[in-house]
Ligand binder design. Sequence first.
Ligand SMILES: [Fe+2]
Length: 343
Amino acid sequence: MAISDADMVIAWKNVLEQCNLRQGEQVAILLSDDSNMQIVSTARIAVSLLGAIVTLIQLPPINGEKALSRDKSGYVGKTPLAFNTAALAGLKAADLVIDTMQLLFSKEQEQILRTGTRMLLAVEPPETMLRMIPTPEAKARVLAANAFMEPAREMTVTSKAGTDFRCTLGQYPVLMQYGLADEPGRWDHWPSCMIARWPDEGSAEGTIVIDAGDILLPFKHYARERITLTVEAGRVTRIEGGVSAEYMKAFMDSFDDPEAYAMAHVGWGLEHRASWTTLGLYDREEALSMDSRCFAGNFLFSTGPNTEAGGSRDTPCHLDIPLRGCSLSLDGRPMTQDGKLVM
Ligand SMILES: [Fe+2]
């Protein structure tokens, strides 16, 4: 359902204040041809109302003919910034970048963040953004999860469907998402409420069973049958099952890149306002489905790149797969039990 511009401006003011936006700070709004113009225009008004200085930086889209869908989380290759030194300099000079074009997983994003610029991604439908507006309580839940994640050296995940997965932790930093870019050099995504980490290289192993009803992203559908993944030395080495397994394997193979099969971030959802059901109610191109990634108690694992964690694996193939009904422990201490938060 539509959201009024007034409500969006009020929400933006709230979120930008929580991002510690100060009078006189420089804000760059990054947009492209497929940006949601209500998000852009209401952000622009809110920035000005808070007394910050706003600049719009519009870049042409690229990769359209290479990607297999319009979902930008499913093809994470080069960005237009790779060739645009003027725009890159402008973004580095900003105190806060509001990204409405989705500049995920890129060298350029890392360079911008290293200058201390904070970045907030805002690409979900406005009604989803408003339903899951970042709050101090949600942030506190993510920080509480990090108190376990940061010192943890092993993650284990089991499920009644047959998942029996483990990896060691410590090589890569924790990815905490609570929807606020509130510190220098911090990236986040409104709406978000989840925690994740990349396994130590080569350490992920075991079996992951995607059960019927679990969500496959970026395909944006619910698995109709079980898919069994074998993980050895940090890589998915077998994908078995029926046509859903065949589809997943064919999608990954189409990138012709062995790095597509590496395990990427593993973690769990912490958002009680996010719902497993929402994906089924939207057309596929309408949303990234942060609901699916963040619903409380899921085990979210992914495959492909690790550039977001400071690694060098920049494969464009990226799957995010949230599972229900899993029990996730850190160093033997339960964080989720049968898909429910217990931390
Ligand atoms: Fe991901």
